[in-house]
Design a protein around this ligand. Sequence first.
Ligand SMILES: C[S@@+](CC[C@H](N)C(=O)[O-])C[C@H]1O[C@@H](n2cnc3c(N)ncnc32)[C@H](O)[C@@H]1O
Length: 396
Amino acid sequence: MGQTKNFFKEKKNWSLIKDKILDYYLIPYIAKIAKTGKPLIIFDCFAGKGKFDSGENGSPLIIAAHIKTAIQRNPFSRNRVKGVFIEKKYFSDLKSNLAGHLNAEVLAGTFEDNLGNILSADTLSNVFFYIDPYGIKSLSFSNFKQIKSKKFFSNEMLMNFNSAGFLREGCRLLPRSDDQLKDIEIDDYEMDDTANSIEKMDAVAGGAYWQDILNDFYNGKIDFYQAEDKFISEYSAKLKDIYLYTVNIPIKVKSSHLPKYRLVFGSNHEDGIILMADNMNKKWKEIVDQQNNGQLPLLDFEFPDLMLSQGFDLKKDILSFVSANISGIPLKSLIVELIEKYGITFSESHYKDTIKQMEKDSYLVIDRYPPKTRKTGKTATSMEYDKYKIIIRKSG
Ligand SMILES: C[S@@+](CC[C@H](N)C(=O)[O-])C[C@H]1O[C@@H](n2cnc3c(N)ncnc32)[C@H](O)[C@@H]1O
């Protein structure tokens, strides 16, 4: 099983991509949250040492740097933005690596044991959870439900979810596993090797549906790749009990069809999901550019282009989402629906440009309220939903 004991020796490519996504997202996220005028608490629930032995920053130092910048930009946020770092094993390394950082609190112990501390935070706070465990064992669904029931001012989560590892563990716990699994390469990345049970797996998945998926796999109805895909779809659907909007990004190596892990993001705001998908799209493209010009080593990641891998047709999907609403659909909601299907395949501006082109090609009509610009009185052509109410409907 797992290679967890060497995890902090040096940052692996796998950690690099999730850290970069976290790092990149926190910039617009903190700026957006500052506008609420309410405090922000960033919980790094499986924080690690803070720093890798090779000197690279881990998520705690990445988060601490953003807190520092937020305070420098606006000294009033001194008492309003803080990081809470929970770590079971390396809390003393973490404490010393975070020493001197502003508003950084370390809580020793497990995420589960610190749930009470999380729940005791002021409900008027915005909360962001970074969940980066080894494996899946500590991700009991009911904990997320309890957090939801606190009704924080806003609540978002970015989680590293090892869905293939979950199913592999499921195969180990349910009978008839070994034969079918012998040809499947599942990465042992960050799997915790402590004992699991079927009940624990049910608790993590938020139900027993994963067992039906494995039975379909055992009966030859689906292969393991399809099982993983089905499992993450059902898990994401379950997560809708907690977050209205979710998006998951498969992190894959080019040579393998099974995701090494999935980055799962949840938010209760349309703005949150758009911001995350747009940022992840841009960050990924930036990483590819940096690799191409030699600034970054070549990482063997596959950009999660669901249009290519799943054979989706964007224009067709736009038409079908729009047609499902006779009186039209707000532009923002349409983009959210597309993101939930396409993940981070496209930037926000790509969706907008495509919709505009479809209007030009007479497939769609875009209604704006008010229809004229305030400044010039000319017909509005804006796609900015913060300035106009924008409704997309089918033409004809
Ligand atoms: C994948 S590492 C986190 C890496 C970190 N995000 C970074 O970027 O450096 C997972 C960490 O969670 C800790 N851990 C394991 N089980 C835990 C639990 N139940 N609660 C809190 N921390 C736990 C491990 O000791 C390990 O440091």
